[in-house]
Design a protein around this ligand. Structure first.
Ligand code: BYC
Length: 474
């Protein structure tokens, strides 16, 4: 028998809970078998310089060492309990935070946890092949770090399902290993997690845009009145920060390299830029448009009775709920949402309770805009007259009020025919994808070397130099 207390670093007293131990004994081999099947391709013998969470102490929660990924110690950590914590919003505001699942909310709470849990293995599946075409050992190590931590986030949700939801929780935990990203019969739950991540530009865009949805959703769940969920999400956010760093710095390094080549060679036409083996800024803009729009869909409908219920019942709060100054019940508050009326996009006021998805999306957009501004600075500093912009909120949307409408990147309402005529000015075309992939045909694995299409990072991982052996291939 496996000693789970040793094998799974945890601060939930795993060794003393026999029921939970039995559930995990059952699930863990299935998880590993999923990892062997769907985890990073051909990587099982690699020794990777990884960070492993070993506690929740702010200064020293992680240790770095070489690990074979199937032997990674996927731990279970909750932020320490605050005995005085209360439900901070909704109709139960002021009651002590729940340490167990309130019976009347059992099924919606399970649904939220399953939806969150489903995204974690999905992203590992989406990134499965990318290790074969990494631009450096540094980047290879980073994608593996992201992958094992998404695995840990799956463990975090599975812990909640096993510990608090009995038999149906165990069944849901099994289904989390059965769905597959992009599978026609048994897909992942949310749209963006069924899209392919075919190359490294897509990977960095995904970790910048989609992992940041992860951040905002986790922040909303970290406000939950169901205390174990709140405490779990708080710790997950610690790791999430690195994933977004990988995305933001990855795109920034690609932009940097492109700008350097453009300046050096005094060129700006995309064909000339491509002829020198780097990614033209226009293609980067199209990838941005794609990842931004599919990620906006992840917030759900602009007007949603589900979202209102989650909030009213105290299960899912707003971004930084406890820092907001209002009544935290939103009984009389209104919030603006967009809708398409004829050939116009109008704004209308709706009860704020029903617009909570839209509000979280707006909070997200603000942070995304700041990140895009940082990318812009790289272009500006190179003196290149090109602007990276976020497309209109209604562009290329499949969930919410814009569904079924054909909106341009600048917010004009078009006919389907007009929209199609511009599609590949706005979104990556098959040719763009094949060009980007042509740059990434093999792995760059020499110490300290970086592929031609990306600049080196400013510094290495955990104080190590850039020519450190971040991955040993054995
Ligand atoms: N695709 O009222 P509606 C992360 C469904 S990312 C497909 O509009 P609601 C990560 C919806 O499920 C964060 N279906 O929306 C990132 C519902 O179906 P049911 C993940 C969609 O319920 C990178 C129906 O449409 N966490 O962590 O208010 C790497 C009507 O729903 C979509 C969470 O999402 C879509 N895009 O809100 C790794 C938090 N959108 O239930 C990890 C938990 C909606 O009627 N989830 N639908 O069958 C939630 O809070 C909510 O489920 C949502 C949707 C915000 C997603």
């Amino acid at each position: 028998m496996i000693n789970y207390t040793e094998k799974i670093p945890n601060n939930v007293d795993l060794g003393r809970d026999r029921v939970l131990q039995r559930a995990l004994e059952h699930w863990q081999p299935a998880y590993l078998s999923w990892w062997y099947d769907m985890g990073p391709n051909e990587s099982h013998n690699f020794e990777v310089y990884l960070r492993t969470a070993t506690s929740v102490e702010p200064d020293g929660w992680a240790q770095f060492d070489y690990v074979k990924m199937p032997e990674y110690r996927w731990g279970i950590f909750l932020q320490p309990r605050d005995e005085k914590r209360q439900v901070n919003f909704g109709i139960h505001k002021g009651q002590p935070a729940w340490q167990d699942v309130p019976g009347e909310y059992r099924s919606i709470l399970r649904r939220i946890i399953v939806t969150q849990g489903d995204t974690e293995p999905a992203s590992v599946e989406q990134q499965k092949m990318l290790g074969l075409s990494c631009p450096s050992l540094y980047d290879l190590r980073n994608i593996f770090q992201v992958n094992v931590e998404e695995g840990r986030h799956l463990w975090a949700m599975v812990y909640l399902l096993h510990r608090y939801f009995g038999r149906d929780g165990r069944e849901e935990a099994e289904s989390l290993l059965a769905r597959r990203s992009g599978d026609t019969d048994n897909p992942r739950i949310l749209g963006a997690f069924n899209e392919p991540t075919p190359d490294w530009l897509a990977f960095y865009m995904f970790t910048f845009f989609t992992d940041r949805d992860g951040k905002f959703q986790l922040c909303a769940l970290a406000e939950s009145g169901f205390d174990p969920l709140a405490r779990t999400c708080r710790f997950m956010l610690t790791e999430e920060a690195h994933h977004m760093f990988v995305g933001e710095s990855g795109v920034s390094r690609i932009i940097q390299r492109t700008c350097d080549v453009m300046k050096e060679n005094k060129i700006d036409a995309p064909a000339d830029v491509r002829s020198l083996g780097v990614i033209d800024l226009q293609t980067i803009q199209r990838y941005l448009n794609f990842h931004y729009s599919v990620t906006l869909d992840l917030y759900g409908s602009d007007v949603s009775s589900n979202a209102a219920n989650y909030y009213t019942s105290g299960l899912k709060g707003r971004f930084r709920e406890t820092k907001l100054e209002d009544d935290h019940t939103l009984r009389d508050a209104m919030y603006p949402v967009s809708e398409v009326v004829g050939d116009k996009i109008n704004t209308k006021q709706v009860p704020a309770l029903t617009a909570l998805n839209e509000r979280l999306r707006d909070d997200y957009i603000e942070e995304i805009q700041a990140g895009v501004n940082r990318w812009q600075r790289v272009i500006d500093e190179a003196g290149i007259p090109f602007r990276l912009t976020l497309p209109h909120k209604g562009f290329h949307r499949e969930i919410g009020n814009f569904t079924g409408h054909f909106i341009s990147t600048t917010g004009e309402i078009l006919t389907e025919e007009q929209w199609k005529a511009h599609e590949f000015e706005w979104l990556p075309s098959p040719k763009d994808y094949s060009y980007v992939q042509s740059l990434m045909s093999g792995r760059v694995a020499e110490l300290g070397k970086f592929a031609n299409w990306i600049a080196p990072p400013v510094k290495g991982v955990n104080g190590q130099p850039l020519d450190f052996q971040y991955v040993r291939f054995n």
